[in-house]
Ligand binder design. Structure first.
Ligand SMILES: C[S@@+](CC[C@H](N)C(=O)[O-])C[C@H]1O[C@@H](n2cnc3c(N)ncnc32)[C@H](O)[C@@H]1O
Length: 304
């Protein structure tokens, strides 16, 4: 369920992405990541991450020893998030004693040059960029774009033999526990909203992006070499508190559903939606709410 927020993102969105970090840390599929590491060139590769948001992935990959040197491009349609990424990454580096320097178009993190590119993905691909990447990353973003239309152009950005890692692709199943009588109706309406969404003047994602990627990757000439689940599983500990900032993450998920459905009385009775949100909000405050979202990760090579 990566589809939080409206086209114009706010600082709350940055807070949501920061809170999501620990949820993604647990969820990312390790065998798929191991396959990416096997496919990646050993020497200072050039990375392109699309829909990179705050840049939490480059930080994670440095923490996990998968990225150290080379160039890493963060591409996003949201200038405010990219601006925020400079500060977020500097703070992250300072907390680890890693040298960081701000540069006109990004920043230096130790031996890694991070460049920030402000672009909407569809327009970026239509402009046929010349620069190629050795590794293409998209985390929690392909369920926000028209994959069949975007994927061939995206994969063309890879050097021959380059590797892709497409992660946290929502796959049409969300579970809130304990159960509520309106769960099915609300999730059905929410998925319909995802399937019909338009952003930046283009179709913007669908609720079964994950399972459809098997076919879409094959059709684009780059079948997955590894695939596996990366489900978000969020629950409170024995003391009733959620790890890190994950209570905020859950609050954001509930807000997302509210935003998508509040003007759709034809799909969900306003009284039912209000009751569902009220019950879920109470469970969250009491540390009783469990949230599970089914997602899939993929790794493979460039076409041909
Ligand atoms: C759910 S966030 C994920 C951010 C980051 N990958 C992460 O996991 O923390 C989706 C990101 O994709 C960006 N985005 C959505 N649609 C886009 C598009 N068409 N072109 C470029 N960026 C887009 C948003 O601005 C947002 O930063």
């Amino acid at each position: 369920m990566t589809c939080f927020g409206e086209a114009s993102m706010t600082w709350d969105y940055a807070r949501y992405l920061a809170a999501k970090t620990t949820v993604d840390d647990r969820a990312l599929n390790r065998p798929v990541l191991a396959e990416l590491r096997r496919l990646m060139p050993a020497c200072a590769p050039r990375f392109l991450e699309v829909g990179a948001g705050l840049g939490t992935m480059v930080a994670r990959l440095m923490d996990w020893g998968a990225v150290g040197a080379g160039e890493y491009i963060l591409l996003d349609a949201d200038q405010q998030l990219l601006d925020g990424s400079r500060r977020w990454l500097c703070d992250w580096a300072a907390a680890r004693g890693l040298r960081s320097d701000l540069l006109p178009d990004g920043l230096q993190l130790g031996d890694l040059r991070v460049r920030l590119v402000h672009a909407e993905l569809g327009s970026y691909l239509e402009a046929a960029p010349a620069a190629l990447a050795d590794v293409l990353i998209a985390n929690a973003v392909l369920d926000l774009v028209d994959v069949p239309a975007i994927l061939p152009g995206l994969l063309r950005l890879l050097t021959p033999g380059g590797a892709y890692w497409l992660t946290i692709n929502y796959d049409g199943e969300s579970i809130f526990a304990p159960g509520h009588p309106d769960d099915d109706q609300i999730m059905h309406a929410y998925h319909r909203d995802m399937d019909e969404r338009i952003r930046y003047g283009r179709p913007a994602g669908e609720s079964q992006t994950g399972r459809h990627l098997f076919h879409n990757l094959r059709a684009a000439g780059a079948p997955a070499l590894a695939a596996g689940s990366s489900d978000w599983v969020v629950s409170a500990g024995p003391d009733g508190s959620y790890p890190g900032k994950e209570a905020y993450f859950l609050r954001s998920i509930l807000n997302t559903i509210h935003s998508a459905l509040r003007n759709r009385p034809d799909r969900v009775e306003p009284a039912h939606l209000a009751d569902w949100l009220e019950v879920r909000g109470r469970q969250l405050a009491a540390g009783e709410l469990v949230y599970i979202a089914h997602q899939l990760d993929f790794a493979g090579r460039s076409p041909g």
